[in-house]
Design a protein around this ligand. Structure first.
Ligand SMILES: [Zn+2]
Length: 295
C-alpha cells in the first residue's frame, strides 16, 4: 500500500510515493523554486506529484502536504518563510491534482514520520524538536498529534528564554528561543559577535575553547537543552526525537541536550526516557505528510 507526500519548504519542494508499512520512498522528486507566489507553488507541486505518481497505479489517492507554517484546513494561515498569510492552498491544489489534499504543519509531519517509520517507532508519546533555519516542535500524546484549542500548540521556538527584552525574533517578539538558537538567527548573532561560519563552526570553536564562541554556544545550546528538559517534565514523553539541519550536523549539541535532559528533567519523567536523533534525516516530514494522509 502506498501514500503520496509533499514537503513544501522555503527553497525546495519535494514529492514522494511512500510505502505505508515501512515509510520507504518508492519514488521521489525535488524542485527548487524562488517564485513563491501561491499559484506558482500549485503548479510546481502538481508537476512534482505528476512526476512521482507516473508508473504507479495510485487511483484517487490523497496527497499529504507538509508546510512550514500554521495550517487550518485548506488554508495556510501564516508561513513566514513563504511570505504567505491566509492563503487557500489546499483548494486550488486539489483541483489541479484531481486528488484530495491534506495540509499539515511540517513539524507535525516530521514527528509523525519518526513515530511511524523512524526513531520513535512503537512509541505513543513523543516530543519532537527540530532545529534548522528555525526551531520547531510537535507533541504526540497517546498516539495523537496535539494541536491545542486553536491549532497552535507546540510553538517551541517562541518560548521566551529571557525575562525582559532580548534579541528580536522573526515572529515580531523578543527573547524567543529561536532568536538565539534557530540556524538563521544564530548565524546572524555570530556575525555580530565576530564569529565567522556556520553553527557547526561555532560548535567546533566553542569546543576548542574560543571565548566568544563558547559564550554564544553555551547560552544558545544551554537554553535549548533546558527548555527541552522542562518540556519533558511537563509532557512525560517516552522518546525525545531531535532533528533538523543544525542538530544533525552538530553532535556536540545533541550530547549537551541529552546530558541536560537526563539530569534536569524531573526524575519521574526521565526514568525510561530515550533521546534519539531522527533516523529519517531530511525525509521525516515528507514521509510523515504521506502517512498522515492515509490515516
Ligand atoms: Zn519568536
Amino acid at each position: 500500500m502506498y501514500a503520496l507526500g509533499v514537503d513544501l519548504g522555503g527553497t525546495n519542494a519535494r514529492a514522494a510515493v511512500v510505502e505505508v508499512s515501512t515509510g520507504r520512498l518508492v519514488a521521489s522528486a525535488k524542485e527548487s523554486w524562488t517564485d513563491r507566489a501561491p499559484e506558482r507553488a500549485v503548479q510546481a507541486v502538481a508537476a512534482l506529484v505528476g512526476k512521482v505518481a507516473a508508473g504507479h497505479d495510485l487511483g484517487g489517492l490523497p496527497v499529504g502536504v507538509g508546510v512550514a507554517g500554521m495550517v487550518r484546513g485548506d488554508v495556510v494561515v501564516n508561513a513566514p518563510n513563504l511570505h504567505w498569510r491566509d492563503v487557500d492552498f489546499g483548494g486550488p491544489l486539489a483541483a489541479a491534482l484531481g486528488r484530495p489534499v491534506h495540509l499539515v504543519n511540517d513539524l507535525s509531519a516530521a514527528a509523525w514520520g519518526e513515530l511511524k517509520a523512524g526513531a520513535a517507532r512503537g512509541a505513543a508519546d513523543t516530543f519532537t524538536v527540530f532545529v534548522g533555519t528555525g526551531v520547531g516542535s510537535a507533541i504526540i500524546s497517546g498516539g495523537a498529534l496535539l494541536s491545542g484549542a486553536t491549532g497552535v500548540a507546540g510553538e517551541f521556538g517562541h518560548l521566551k528564554v529571557v525575562a525582559d527584552g532580548g534579541r528580536a525574533c522573526g515572529c515580531g517578539e523578543h527573547g524567543c528561543l529561536e532568536a538565539y538558537m534557530g540556524g538563521a538567527k544564530l548565524t546572524e548573532w555570530m556575525q555580530e559577535s565576530g564569529v565567522q561560519g556556520t553553527p557547526a563552526d561555532l560548535e567546533r570553536l566553542a569546543l576548542e575553547g574560543v571565548t566568544t564562541a563558547k559564550g554564544l554556544y553555551d547560552f544558545a545550546v544551554g537554553h535549548l537543552a533546558l527548555a527541552i528538559a522542562n518540556q519533558v517534565t511537563v509532557l512525560n514523553p517516552a522518546v525525545v526525537v531531535l532533528g533538523g539541519g543544525v542538530l544533525l550536523r552538530c553532535p556536540g549539541m545533541v550530547r549537551r541536550i541529552t546530558e541536560v535532559v537526563m539530569t534536569r528533567a524531573s526524575v519521574a519523567a526521565r526514568a525510561g526516557l530515550q533521546v534519539q536523533l531522527a533516523t529519517l534525516g531530511d525525509d521525516s516530514g515528507l514521509v510523515g505528510a504521506a502517512l498522515l494522509s492515509r490515516r
